[in-house]
Structure formats: structure tokens, C-alpha cells
Design a protein around this ligand. Structure first.
Ligand SMILES: [Zn+2]
Length: 132
């Protein structure tokens, strides 16, 4: 597929890309495919969210979700940079030593390290903000 060709956004496609990028860029370290939602929101290309809950009496993340905006003219390249951005949030979340219920996804620390590494290694153009 040409990088400039527009793609049709659907959940099956997003799941396939997640599996592909998890293998390519994260060494399959993201434990499971998140819930994907296609959303309609101004000024936001993508978003990673978690839901907390108790499982066997232990507070933990019970749901990972990645939301992708439907209003953008997505090319494979653009989607890759946004999806991998959200996947880095996922990666940072599961690498935390202690579950921290901050609900605030920052773009420094481990996020910055991963972003810089992936951009340098694979030329992915991942930005600090999802706004395009
Ligand atoms: Zn972000």
C-alpha cells in the first residue's frame, strides 16, 4: 500500500495493525489487544484510556482502550504514528512498578524514551501530542 493512500478506518483494521505493530515495535510486550473505539471529537486524533477495577480483590487495570478519531483523512503512515503513540502509553502503563491511578498520560519519562527510540530506529514521526 502506498503511504499516501487513504485508508478506511474500522475496528478490524485497527486490531490487525495493533497486532502487527506490537510485534514490530514492542516485541509483543503488550499483553492483549485493547478495545478500539472510533470516535468523533475535534482536535484529537487518538487517545488511550484505562478503566480501573478490582480483580480478586486487587485494584488493577481491567480495560485498555484506544480511541481513534474518524474525522481525519488517515493514511497508513499517519495512522501508524498515532496508533504507536497510543501504544507507547499502553506500554508505559503496564511497565509501572506500582499501579498508579493518576489517569494522566504524560509525554516524558519512559514515554519520551520509547518515542525517541522508535522514531530514530524506524522513522515513525511519532509526536508528543495526538493533535494533527
Ligand atoms: Zn499522548
Amino acid at each position: 500500500m502506498k503511504e499516501t493512500q487513504l485508508i478506511t478506518l474500522d475496528k478490524t483494521y485497527l486490531k490487525e495493525k495493533f497486532v502487527e505493530y506490537n510485534q514490530l515495535y514492542f516485541n509483543n510486550s503488550l499483553p492483549k489487544v485493547p478495545i478500539f473505539s472510533i470516535i468523533n471529537t475535534p482536535n484529537l486524533a487518538g487517545q488511550y484510556c484505562v478503566r480501573w477495577g478490582k480483580k480478586n480483590g486487587v485494584l488493577q487495570i481491567i480495560r485498555h482502550e484506544i480511541q481513534i478519531d474518524e474525522n481525519i483523512l488517515w493514511t497508513e503512515e499517519k495512522l501508524r504514528s498515532v496508533l504507536v503513540h497510543e501504544m507507547i502509553h499502553y506500554y508505559v502503563e503496564i511497565k509501572k512498578k506500582k499501579p498508579k491511578r493518576d489517569g494522566d498520560f504524560q509525554h516524558w519519562g519512559l514515554f519520551w524514551v520509547m518515542k525517541t527510540k522508535l522514531n530514530w530506529k524506524y522513522n515513525l514521526h511519532i509526536k508528543n501530542r495526538e493533535i494533527i
